[in-house]
Write a protein that binds this ligand. Structure first.
Ligand SMILES: *[C@@H]1O[C@H](CO)[C@@H](O)[C@H](O)[C@H]1NC(C)=O
Ligand SMILES: *[C@@H]1O[C@H](CO)[C@@H](O)[C@H](O)[C@H]1NC(C)=O
Ligand SMILES: *[C@@H]1O[C@H](CO)[C@@H](O)[C@H](O)[C@H]1NC(C)=O
Length: 363
């Protein structure tokens, strides 16, 4: 008898421990204390968000004398992310690092905009270059961004005129176009027109759910424009002097410059491949190719069209342009410094433009 009671107690306490563990593991609500802290922070807002992919791109900004960290509240950690508070000139900023890729960039931007009172988002970093007229070190400012990694991969045997799987439902489309793998054979014999079991991938727009739309009723978005006021303001960046030397001996052929371009694209793929780079250029007319910007753009679009702009410094000719296997490692520090220089100059333009137009906002 006694043994049985003991067993029951043991079983009960094991289930209690398991239950507590489960609760700890799955516990995701925002605590009251955290909410109160965020509420106090937001009384200081609105802030300008600076969203950066990786540490090597963020550190030059944190180390810049232009950034003055808030001494009362230097940072706030939430959801595995760090939000750093401070000022750049007269602008109150929150600097955060996303980590690699679309999901990380999307999550971090969503947290930033949902938790804090933001007036705009500036994104900067390095990118691969698909534009043969530009050089490593140049900082591009695209007008539009798209996620080019959402595909419908067509079965072998189907052609251009065959409907895609689930196309009739409106889930997928053939309007944007495709990449066909057998167009990229390097034929060495007889110029044979070989096919390829990989067939085609058709590019798809993103499904979006704007905060002011009907919940769960999808809309579609491909090319996301940056904020037009920010884009116009960035005209004033084009004569900025940028670095073109890594050190005394390693320099680029000409001085790096700031260039406004039509388009950039992002996907969860590091493009170190000349054939794909040239395809992206001819199909979409893109200059920078990266792994995060379109995710930041897609989140800003859905969150009340939060003003957003991106500066991406070219760190390599995606897929090779020189004898080096990939120039990214050689020029990444130069490129990230140039991106920081442009972002800082842009923030000072925002400050002066809000002073200039300040009187319009006074009721
Ligand atoms: C195509 O194949 C030939 C023969 O194998 C090779 O010499 C050439 O470099 C290849 N071209 C490309 C662009 O890969
Ligand atoms: C930006 O400039 C374009 C072209 O000059 C103009 O059409 C547009 O209205 C401007 N946008 C803003 C917000 O000033
Ligand atoms: C300059 O940088 C290049 C690339 O990192 C390196 O190979 C070279 O040794 C450096 N030269 C000097 C003088 O530091």
């Amino acid at each position: 008898m006694g043994g049985m009671i003991n067993n029951v107690v043991v079983v009960l306490s094991i289930s209690l421990i398991m239950c507590m563990n489960t609760m700890r593991l799955s516990y995701g609500a925002i605590t009251r204390r955290t909410m109160e802290e965020i509420w106090r922070i937001n009384k200081q807002g609105p802030f300008l968000g600076i969203v950066v992919p990786n540490a090597f791109e963020m550190n030059p900004l944190l180390q810049s004398p232009s950034f003055v960290q808030d001494s009362q509240l230097p940072y706030f950690d939430f959801g595995g992310r760090r939000f750093r508070f401070g000022k750049i000139g007269s602008e109150k900023v929150i600097i955060t690092m996303t980590g690699l890729g679309m999901l990380n960039a999307g999550i971090t931007t969503e947290l930033l905009i949902s938790l804090f009172k933001m007036k705009g988002v500036i994104h900067y970093g390095v990118a691969g270059n698909a534009n043969p007229n530009l050089q490593i070190g140049d900082v591009t400012i695209p007008n539009y961004w798209a996620h080019t990694g959402l595909w419908n991969w067509q079965r072998y045997g189907d052609g251009e005129n065959d409907e895609l799987a689930l196309e009739a439902n409106g889930d997928y489309t053939r309007k944007i176009g495709y990449l066909k793998f057998s167009d990229y054979y390097n034929l060495s014999k007889n110029g044979e027109n070989l096919d390829n079991y990989l067939n085609r991938v058709w590019y798809q727009p993103e499904e979006v759910f704007p905060v002011d739309g009907v919940p769960e009723q999808r809309e579609h978005a491909l090319w996301i424009p940056v904020d037009s006021h920010y884009y116009n303001l960035s005209n004033k960046l084009e004569d900025l002097e940028l670095e073109n030397c890594v050190n005394a001996t390693t320099c680029l052929p000409r001085r790096a410059k700031v260039v406004k371009v039509e388009r950039g694209c992002s996907a969860n793929t590091f493009v170190d491949n000349a054939a794909y780079r040239e395809f992206l250029r001819s199909k979409f007319n893109v200059s920078p190719v990266d792994m995060e910007t379109a995710a930041v753009a897609l989140v800003c679009l859905q969150q009340n069209s939060t003003p957003f702009i991106a500066f991406r410094a070219l760190s390599d000719l995606a897929g090779g342009g020189s004898a080096l296997s990939n120039e990214a490692s050689l020029f990444a520090s130069l490129a990230s410094q140039n991106a920081v220089t442009v972002a800082l100059q842009f923030i000072s333009l925002i400050s002066s433009s809000s002073l200039e137009f300040g009187s319009f906002y006074v009721q």
